[in-house]
Design a protein around this ligand. Structure first.
Ligand code: FES
Length: 257
C-alpha cells in the first residue's frame, strides 16, 4: 500500500555541484519501501504543470527517513535542489514493483549515472541476506567526480566495487558493461539501472549466458499510479505494460530491446 506524506527535509547534501541528496522524514513510506520502488514528489504547489515527478528511493533508514538522490536536469530538479532543511515536500509512495531479492545468491549490480541511486538501497538489503565474496558492484558515470562520492558509499557497505568512466578520468576507460564479462561466470543474478542502451547491452550479455537479469526502466510518468497511461511501453511479447505499476523493474526477457 502507498501513502501520501508531507515530508520534512532533514538534510540536504550536494555531492557535486549538480548531484544532490535529500533526506526526508517520511516514516510510513520508509517503513514499507522495497528496493527498486519509487516515490512521486510534488516539487512545489505553485510549480506548473502540477505534476509529480518520479524519483527512485536511494535509501531508507530505521529512523523513518527516506533519501532521494538526483541530478539537476531541468526546472523541477532545480527547484528541488533549492529547497532548505525544514521545508516540506509532498511525497506519494512507495510505488511500483521493485527488484527480486534472492537469498544466498552471488549478485552483480550494474549502475550507470543516476541509475546508481536505487542500487544503493538494493545493495544494503541484498548484503543482509546474501554474503558472497563474488558479489560485485559495477558503477559507471560520465566522469570521475560524479562517481567517487557514490563509490565511497558502496565501499563502506563492504562490497567490491569496480568503476568505469566515459572520459577515463577514473577507473576503467569505457562502458561499465565491459566490466561485466568476467563476472558473468561467477554471479547468478544481475541487477541493472541506467541509460537504456547500457541496460540493453547488459541484458543481452546476461540472456546469452543464461544469467538472471532485472532492469529498472525509466520513462515519463505523470501519475505513477497506473491511472494516466502515460508510461505505457510495449513489452518483448508485444503486450503493453505500465512501467509505473508493472515495473519499473522488469525481468530482462520481458523488455522489447
Ligand atoms: Fe500514469 Fe504510469 S505514470 S499510468
Amino acid at each position: 500500500s502507498e501513502f501520501q506524506e508531507k515530508s520534512r527535509i532533514v538534510r540536504i547534501e550536494s555531492l557535486t555541484p549538480v548531484i544532490h541528496r535529500l533526506t526526508l522524514h517520511a516514516p510510513r513510506i520508509a517503513g514499507q519501501a522495497f528496493p527498486g520502488q519509487f516515490v512521486m514528489v510534488r516539487v512545489s504547489p505553485t510549480f506548473d504543470p502540477l505534476l509529480r515527478r518520479p524519483l527512485s528511493i536511494h535509501q531508507v533508514s530505521s529512523d523513518g527517513t527516506v533519501q532521494l538522490l538526483f541530478k539537476v536536469v531541468g526546472q523541477g530538479t532545480r527547484l528541488l535542489a533549492g529547497m532548505r532543511t525544514g521545508d516540506y515536500l509532498d511525497m506519494v509512495g512507495p510505488l511500483g514493483r521493485g527488484f527480486t531479492l534472492e537469498r544466498d545468491e552471488p549478485f552483480c549490480l550494474v549502475g550507470g549515472g543516476m541509475g546508481i541511486a536505487p542500487l544503493y538501497f538494493l545493495a544494503k538489503r541484498l548484503l543482509q541476506i546474501s554474503r558472497h565474496p563474488e558479489s560485485t558492484v559495477l558503477l559507471g558515470a560520465r566522469t570521475g567526480s560524479e562517481l567517487l562520492p557514490l563509490e565511497q558509499e558502496f565501499l563502506r557497505l563492504g562490497c567490491p566495487v569496480h568503476s568505469a568512466t566515459d572520459d577515463g578520468s577514473y577507473g576503467h576507460h569505457g562502458f561499465v558493461t565491459e566490466l561485466l564479462d568476467d563476472l558473468l561466470a561467477r554471479v547468478r543474478r544481475v541487477y541493472v539501472c541506467g541509460p537504456f542502451p547500457m541496460m540493453r547491452i547488459a541484458a543481452m550479455k546476461c540472456l546469452e549466458r543464461g544469467v538472471a537479469c532485472e532492469v529498472s526502466l525509466e520513462t515519463h510518468m505523470a501519475c505513477g499510479l497506473g491511472a494516466c497511461l502515460g508510461c505505457t511501453m510495449m513489452g518483448g511479447d508485444g503486450a503493453y505494460m505500465h512501467v509505473c505499476k508493472d515495473g519499473p523493474v522488469f525481468p530482462a526477457e520481458k523488455v522489447a530491446w
